[in-house]
Design a protein. Structure first.
Lengths: 322, 539
């Protein structure tokens, strides 16, 4: 099957999946206790007339089934609805925050992929050595430490204690830099949250890479490659790694969905103005349209990531054909 | 030769020491005079959903709103109204009429003149209809007259005694008629962008999720103000993150709402910071009983539970010693309204043995397992003092055989459980007095079956108490008001549907690089009077 047909088939398969995501999440959200109007008016008894008007304006006075139908109808037109808490169209709100999340998640994914695979490959070259044990310990710590705790520790240690990096936000607000100064400021603010977000995935990738490499290094063709007199570097990176990458690519693609979810915690801890933070704020505000919009965007992101992973298999392994 | 050199050296050293000594005194003297310039970074817990502070009591909206807008008055640290948009006022007919004389030569940010028509319009179209806090103040207004461009006369059917104190920016900001008239105030585009006020600052930038910047209004009507060039509101939703940013110096001010009180002991002696206590209107933690179900229907049971509650311990564990234990139904920080004869210490001194006996007498002896009955305690986990208070009460009541099942829930769930469905036995809640018992305390005890949030969720209804509250709110004379509050305080102290567990203290922290903090009774106001110590002498 050609590439365009593979993509089209995947898109067709994704549609019922996305509808399921929308219906289930819509129902669960609306059934959960809470009222977005109380968040809008603040912590004081609100005039009934105001509450009624806001409920009507936001369509919350309609029966649930009608609200769902209206929402699905709007989705077909590409309209993700209107945010109660931010008084903005949801799509515009998400697009405004998406670059920050892509920057953070992309950086974390890159760190986790490059260093995770690198550590795993290094450990597989010398199994049961001190390097291998160290990698195991680091992986265990990275995997088991809760992301919000690691983030706080890094802020206290690196930012407050050593004073090396900023604690909160995406850019310096006191200096108000522009140009390269702004880029540097963003890079400084990015390092700790990216490190925090990547820790668990780095651990997972390194263990996966180690196991996969050890499996491949035991294969006959690797023995043949060494027997032919190829350098160890050529054997490792030219022959073994490419085959070992297939399960690793699966895990990395899997990471994408969890990264989006994990970014909600990290963005909140570091006050990073991304979609994850928006999700966190929206949950407390019971901002249903925004929550639904984010779930939808994340679902699409996961589907796209898995599609790219499948395409990567075909590139990595010529035997794979769709 | 050597002697000459030595003499010169000594002279130079002495002169240097003198100059350094003199120089070190100069900054201290200069720092006490307000200076101009600089940027202050404050914290916000969430994005402001809009800029119209006349139709919501949302914390973020009001925080920003009080830099963009003004109220008729500025309420100072003692809770007394001072001139702001109104330069003077006259109370007539025993409080049935208040005439405000407005400042002249005040301009909106877009250059249009501010007049009495703006005040009348804001009051009638927004504050009276929509604002959760000031709506009550307008409930008995019969007319708002504007005999000329700088006079507003408000007429009341019944007196509302705290009217002046709720006319500050945080409860009653004035908005421009020329931009809102003829539109739906809830949907006006100015709510979301390009807000126009008379305030000391103008909106310059809003990066949603990150920060919001306001810059100095050079045409501000109060001469010489504001001092700062700009204020940046940094949006940090995480409580720990806010404190860390403050300690790191990325934020210059953190108000009591966001400051974790347990950190006060650690930070209070740090010379990089300054702090102020009681910079907010009196707030209380209340212990509330569901008087419509279970054992807490019985007054004797409630009295026994109050006697077994260690309010001093609650103050220490929940409020870290900031404030004082609850003393009576009306916060004692309103001394003119407080009944010193009907205090909890007199009626219910902490005595678990006696409390246990009271429960025996009320018909709730200990069963074979040592438990008299169970109570479901529902509270909001978002405010750290509430879970801590709940833990103290559980421990206290366990000692007298009452088993408390703690249910710490999210805010939205708490609204449903406590206010909408009253599915609880006991709850602990934080309320603000809003600066006057009629404004914020009355709602805690008044009969109210509306099931709205932040009113009386106990089901307690006493018409005498309701009448006394109405009487106290309906006169200006403080002595007369005080008599009514003291009388109802006695009734409430006996009935104890609700008990003040803690009279909460507040503590705001600021960077030592700034001066002028805390000049208003609330942290929302007074930002035009804050200055940066390293600023310039002139604007």
């Amino acid at each position: 099957m050609t590439l365009p047909r593979v993509v089209l088939r995947r898109c067709a398969q994704a549609v019922p999946l996305l509808v399921g995501v929308v219906v289930v999440n819509f129902t669960l959200l609306h059934l959960a206790p809470g009222d977005p109007i109380t968040v809008i008016v603040g912590d004081f008894p609100a005039p009934p007339a105001l509450v009624q008007q806001l409920r009507a304006d936001f369509g919350l006075d309609q029966p649930l089934w009608r609200q769902l139908l209206i929402y699905l109808g709007r989705l077909l037109r590409g309209d993700l609805g209107f945010s109660f808490a931010n008084r903005q169209p949801v799509l515009a709100l998400i697009l405004e925050r998406l670059p920050a999340t892509l920057l953070l998640s992309g950086s974390a994914l890159l760190l986790a992929a490059v260093f995770g695979v690198g550590l795993g490959v290094a450990a597989s070259r010398r199994p049961y050595s001190w390097l291998d044990h160290l990698t195991s310990v680091v992986s265990l710590l990275g995997f088991s430490m809760p992301v919000f705790w690691l983030g706080q520790l890094l802020i206290i240690g690196v930012s407050l204690g050593l004073g090396w990096l900023p604690a909160q936000g995406m850019v310096s607000l006191r200096a108000d830099p522009s140009g390269w100064g702004r880029t540097l400021s963003i890079a400084q603010h990015l390092l700790l949250p990216a490190l925090t977000l990547s820790a668990g995935f780095l651990a997972l990738n390194s263990r996966m890479a180690r196991a996969s490499m050890l499996e491949v290094l035991r294969q006959d063709y690797v023995l043949v490659a060494r027997g032919k007199g190829l350098t160890e570097r050529r054997v490792l990176y030219g022959h073994a790694l490419r085959n070992a990458l297939i399960p690793i690519v699966t895990v990395i693609a899997f990471n994408v969905g969890y990264l989006m979810g994990g970014s909600a915690f990290v963005e909140t801890i570091f006050a990073w103005p991304g979609v994850g933070r928006l999700l966190y704020d929206s949950m407390f505000a019971r901002d249903y349209p925004t929550i639904m919009g984010i779930f939808l965007v994340v679902s699409v992101g996961v589907i796209v990531a898995n599609l790219l992973a499948d395409l990567a298999y075909a590139w990595l392994d010529p035997r794979v054909r769709y | 030769m050597l002697r000459r050199v030595a003499t010169s050296l000594v002279t130079a050293l002495v002169l240097t020491a003198f100059v350094l000594g003199l120089g070190s005194q100069v900054p201290a003297q200069v720092a006490e005079r307000p200076r101009y310039g600089g940027t202050l970074i404050k914290v916000l817990g969430a994005n402001p959903s809009m800029f119209n502070a006349a139709i919501t009591a949302d914390h973020s909206v009001v925080s920003v709103g009080c830099t963009l807008y003004n109220g008729l008055v500025f309420v100072d640290r003692r809770g007394q109204p001072q001139p702001e948009l109104a330069r003077a006022w006259e109370i007539r007919q025993g409080g049935r009429e208040i005439a405000f004389q407005l400042q002249r030569n005040v301009k909106w940010h877009d250059g249009a003149p501010f007049t009495s028509a703006d005040v009348k319009f804001t009051m009638e179209s927004m504050l009276a209809k929509y604002h959760p806090r000031s709506q009550k103040a307008f409930a008995d207004v019969t007319a708002i007259e504007i005999p000329d461009a700088h006079t507003v006369v408000v007429k009341f059917r019944k007196v509302f005694a705290p009217f002046l104190t709720v006319m500050g920016c945080s409860e009653a900001p004035i908005l421009p008629r020329h931009l809102y008239e003829g539109t739906d105030p809830l949907k006006n585009p100015r709510n979301l962008a390009d807000p126009v006020g008379t305030g000391p600052f103008k909106l310059a930038e809003f990066v949603r999720g990150s920060h919001l910047t306001v810059v100095r209004n050079p045409d501000y009507f109060l001469p010489g103000l504001p001092y700062l060039d700009r204020i940046v509101f940094k949006i940090i939703p995480d409580a720990a993150g806010r404190l860390l940013a403050f300690e790191k110096g990325e934020v210059d001010y953190i108000e009591s709402t966001f400051f974790p009180k347990q950190e006060h002991r650690r930070l209070k002696d740090n010379p990089a910071f300054q702090w102020q206590t009681d910079s907010d209107q009196p707030n209380e933690t209340y212990l509330m009983f569901n008087t419509q179900r279970g054992p807490t229907r019985d007054r004797r049971v409630r009295q026994a539970l109050v006697m077994a509650a260690d309010r001093k311990l609650a103050l220490e564990r929940a409020a870290f010693g900031l404030g004082q234990p609850g003393r009576g139904p009306i916060d004692s920080r309103f001394p003119w309204a407080f009944n010193a004869e009907a205090t909890y210490d007199r009626l219910y001194p902490f005595d678990p043995v006696r409390a246990a006996k009271m429960l025996d007498e009320a018909g709730y002896p200990k069963k074979a397992d040592g438990v008299r009955f169970d109570l479901q305690m529902v509270y909001m986990t978002e405010q750290p003092d509430l879970p801590a208070s709940a833990e103290v009460l559980r421990s206290n009541w366990r000692d007298i055989g009452v088993n408390v099942v703690l249910e710490g829930v999210e805010r939205q769930v708490m609204y449903q459980r406590v206010y909408a469905t009253r599915n609880y036995d006991v709850t602990v809640q934080g309320y603000t007095s809003a600066g006057d018992p009629a404004a914020g305390i009355q709602r805690v005890y008044n009969t109210d079956e509306s099931r709205n949030n932040w009113v009386n969720p106990t089901g307690y209804s006493n018409l005498t108490v309701d009448e006394l509250f109405a009487k106290a709110a309906g006169v200006f004379n403080l002595e007369e008001r005080g008599r009514a509050y003291r009388e109802l305080g006695k009734i409430l102290a006996e009935d104890v549907p609700t008990v003040v567990l803690i009279e909460k203290g507040s503590v705001d922290y600021g960077s030592a690089k700034f001066g002028g903090f805390g000049q208003s009774v609330t942290f929302f106001n007074g930002w035009d009077r804050v200055w940066w110590r390293a600023g310039r002498e002139k604007p």
